[in-house]
Structure formats: structure tokens, C-alpha cells
Design a protein around this ligand. Structure first.
Ligand code: GDP
Length: 446
């Protein structure tokens, strides 16, 4: 792991400056072979040195070379960064010369992998680095930076310490019943701890979901049988003519997308083809898409027509979405009421007259607590991590259900599993597979 790796750390293309980065034992010497300026092997650590890169007595570029000696560097190894002029030809030439000089091309994410393996950052921070690279908005960048600062890792670490001491206590109780100094672990002590864990992990999941919302927005699917006014609603909410509105049933054949910013949170609205018996091939494709979008949506707006009685298709949609996050919209309230509905979470609107749209906005804000979301929290982003915590919560629930009827050593096994799962989040009981997936998502040169 100490061999010298090299990569272009900035994105290739036209830019004023590019950076070629090297890390590993001997990287300063490799660069020095092709550098005309001060002797880089003799300069102080953390200095920037002006000079030229030379190959075959020809100047490749005028450069600034940063020399950073171990261990106060990103990878904790010696690191050199060559700041050269941007542009593909020049940057590639320097990379090529470094390879000739004995460096090896870094795999994607290998710099960060080294930082992790050398204990400079934990797995969560490594993931945060990927997030920062991929951040699209200022708000999501702030959230990733929060994670990089590591507060969450601390929370998990403390949590595991707690668990380990409980486990140790249980095990002493089991293995050395005669040992009197150990606190006797009763079902009550376990119940107390389990409840505490449950509250804390549930809160983490909730905050993670809030964070996911900030970072990725809310996927909203508008569904309903043809002609109920889905496209009109999408247009009125968004305020532009994104969707085609006609009075011929089945016009919105493909998925139409619009976006809306609600309290700083990004709503992705998808208007879907009517879910009904397909009359032709194109429509069939649209309908399948609708069914998929029901699955993927964070929120479903199910539109019904105030001016017509409930049809079988409406009933089917009500049924398909009943366990989902959903708001039922009764549209066309400007027309006479023929719909007879007995449901909760209903908003009455007229897309034509623009009445009731504010109620809809308020309802969404309320449903997702958009008023109280804040960006300060250092909680998970990553769906994998949320899934892991949910798995812990499942095990906790199982313990809670059976606590009066199972043996303490069975609880011990469950608690161990929770400890392992939490460990895998911060990389304290990692396996190769996790590492591979985390680091292969990196840009080259990170
Ligand atoms: P979609 O097939 O569900 O997307 O429905 P559209 O948005 O294309 O609307 C179908 C028809 O209903 C169009 O002629 C719209 O003008 C009409 N429409 C939509 N909303 C309302 C409403 O609130 N009141 C009335 N009276 N007509 C509406």
C-alpha cells in the first residue's frame, strides 16, 4: 500500500489549472527527477515550489509543486501535487512522465482508500467525500461537510461502546454466574437499554430521511384515471405549461416532469399516464411506468374527479396506494358533486380556477415536516446506512416482542448482530465487499 500512485485530480478538459497528484513512499523523488527548480527532496514539508517539468531536455510545463511529507497529509503518506496548466495534452504528458518515472496509475478512490486504511478518516467520512464531489446544491454540500466533520461517527461509536459493555455484562453473567462483582443483568436492565436504543436509532432514521429529502428532494407522482385533471394540476402547481392538457382521455402518455421548490426542498413532480386498461401499445408502456412510479414515489397525489362517480379504476388506485404516503385530490370542485368518498387526507381543488392549491402545498409541508427540517444535523445520507439502521431496529423489535419468553443468551446473539451492523457503518468491522463498493464510486484522483 506504500507504492507510489498517481492520478489527475482535477476534471479533464479546458481549465486554467490541473493537478496531478502522487502519494506513497518515494513520490517526492519521482517528481524531483523531472523537476527543474529547487531540490524537492530537500525542501520543507508543506511548501509550494516554483519550477518547470522537464522531459528529454524539453520543458513540458511551468508548474507549482506542493510537497507534503507524511504523516500530516490526506493519505498520511508523502504526497506531491503538481499544479500545471489545464488542458488535456499538458496534463496527460505530466501523468505519463510520472508513470515512466515509476508511479502506478491510481484506481478510482484509491487516495481516499489509503486515507481510510491508514486511519485518517472513517468509512462515513469517506462516503461524505463522494457526496461532496457529487453535491449539486449549496444545501446538500453543507450537509455532506457536516458528515465529514464526523459527529455522526462519534454517535455510533459511543453507542457501540454502550452495547459492548452491556454484552460484556451479559456474558459474565452467563459464563461466571458465581462472579459477584458483575452487575446482574436482569430483563429489566435489558428492556431499558433496548428501549433507549430503539428511540435513538429511530431518531437517526427520521433525521436521515429528512436529510435525504434535502439532498435528493421528494419524488411526487401524480396519478389518476385519464381526464381527471392531472396535467392541469401539474401545470398549475408549477406555473408553466409542462404537461399537455387536452380533453381526450389518455393524452399524457409518457411521464412529464416538473420541479417545485417548497420551503427549500426540491419536489420532483411526475405526471403519469392514466392507469387503466390499455387501449394500445404506447399507452401500455405509460401505464407500466405509472405502476413503477407508485413504487418509487415518496408521495403520491391521487387525483379523483368531483364531477363523476367513483369508478372501478379509481377504487383500484385507492387500493394500490392505501399503504403509501398519499394525498387524495378531488379536482373539478367548480363542477357539481357526483363523487361519494369516504377517505382521509383529502384536498379539494379546482385546477381550472386555481382554488385549493395553497391547501395542497400546506398539506405537503405538513406531511414531510418541511417547516422543521434543518441542515445542521449530521445524519446519514446513504440509503445503505439507513437500511442497516432499519435492520437494527427490526432486531430490537424482535427482542422487545420476545423479551419475556427468551433466554438471555439468545438476546446476546441479537445484540452482537446489532453491534456488528453498526460497526459496518463506520467501518469498524468492515469486510472487503463494503470497501470495494465504497471506493469504486470515487472519481479517479480522489
Ligand atoms: P389528465 O388526463 O388527468 O392529465 O387531465 P387533463 O389535465 O388533461 O384535464 C382533462 C380535462 O379536464 C381538460 O379539458 C381540462 O381543462 C379539464 N379540467 C382540469 N381541471 C379542471 C377543473 O378543475 N375544473 C374543470 N371544470 N375542468 C378541469
Amino acid at each position: 500500500m506504500n507504492d507510489v500512485i498517481v492520478a489527475i485530480s482535477t476534471s479533464l478538459g479546458k481549465g486554467a489549472i490541473s493537478i496531478v497528484r502522487l502519494s506513497g513512499e518515494g513520490c517526492i523523488e519521482i517528481v524531483n527527477k523531472y523537476f527543474k527548480g529547487r531540490d524537492l527532496t530537500k525542501v520543507n514539508s508543506h511548501t509550494i515550489n516554483y519550477g518547470h517539468m522537464i522531459y528529454n531536455n524539453e520543458i513540458i510545463d511551468e508548474v507549482l509543486v506542493s510537497v507534503m511529507k507524511a504523516p500530516r497529509t490526506y493519505t498520511t503518506q508523502d504526497v506531491v501535487e503538481i499544479n500545471c496548466h489545464g488542458g488535456i495534452a499538458c496534463t496527460n504528458k505530466i501523468l505519463e512522465v510520472m508513470l515512466l518515472g515509476g508511479a502506478r496509475l491510481a484506481r478510482p478512490g484509491e487516495f481516499t482508500e489509503r486515507a481510510y486504511l491508514n486511519g485518517r478518516i472513517d468509512l462515513l467520512k469517506a462516503e461524505a467525500v463522494i457526496d461532496i464531489i457529487n453535491s449539486k446544491t449549496e444545501m446538500s454540500r453543507k450537509v455532506s461537510i457536516g458528515q465529514l466533520n464526523g459527529n455522526l461517527s462519534e454517535v455510533i461509536r459511543n453507542f457501540r461502546q454502550d452495547l459492548v459493555s452491556l454484552l460484556a455484562n451479559i456474558e459474565v453473567n452467563i459464563d461466571y454466574p458465581e462472579y459477584e462483582d458483575a452487575e446482574v443483568v436482569t430483563i429489566n436492565t435489558i428492556r431499558e437499554k433496548i428501549n433507549y436504543m430503539n428511540d435513538k436509532l429511530s431518531l437517526i432514521v427520521k433525521k436521515s430521511l429528512d436529510k435525504k429529502i434535502i439532498k435528493e428532494g421528494i419524488n411526487v407522482s401524480i396519478i389518476g384515471k385519464p381526464n381527471v385533471g392531472k396535467s392541469s394540476i401539474l401545470n398549475k402547481i408549477i406555473g408553466e405549461n409542462k404537461a399537455i392538457v387536452t380533453d381526450i382521455a389518455g393524452t399524457t402518455r409518457d411521464v412529464v416532469e416538473g420541479t417545485l421548490n417548497l420551503n427549500g426542498v426540491y419536489l420532483k413532480l411526475l405526471d403519469t399516464a392514466g392507469v387503466h386498461e390499455a387501449s394500445d401499445k404506447v399507452e401500455e408502456i405509460g401505464i407500466n411506468k405509472s405502476l413503477n412510479l407508485i413504487k418509487e414515489a415518496d408521495l403520491i397525489l391521487l387525483v379523483l374527479d368531483n364531477n363523476s362517480e367513483l369508478t372501478d379504476e379509481d377504487k383500484r388506485l385507492l387500493d394500490l396506494t392505501k399503504n403509501k404516503n398519499r394525498i387524495i385530490i378531488v379536482n373539478k370542485i367548480d363542477l357539481s358533486k357526483k363523487l361519494d368518498l369516504n377517505e382521509e387526507n383529502v384536498i379539494y381543488i379546482s385546477a381550472l380556477n386555481k382554488t385549493g392549491l395553497e391547501d395542497l402545498r400546506k398539506k405537503i409541508v405538513e406531511m414531510f415536516n418541511l417547516d422543521s427540517i434543518n441542515t445542521d444535523m449530521n445524519m446519514f445520507v446513504n440509503a445503505d446506512d439507513i437500511a442497516k439502521i432499519k435492520k437494527c431496529l427490526k432486531i430490537i423489535n424482535k427482542i422487545k416482542e420476545n423479551i419475556n419468553s427468551i433466554e438471555i443468551d439468545m438476546i446476546d446473539i441479537d445484540l452482537r448482530e446489532i453491534n456488528d451492523i453498526l460497526g459496518s457503518i463506520i467501518g469498524e468491522s468492515y469486510d472487503e465487499e463494503i470497501l470495494d463498493t465504497v471506493f469504486k464510486n470515487f472519481c479517479l484522483g480522489k
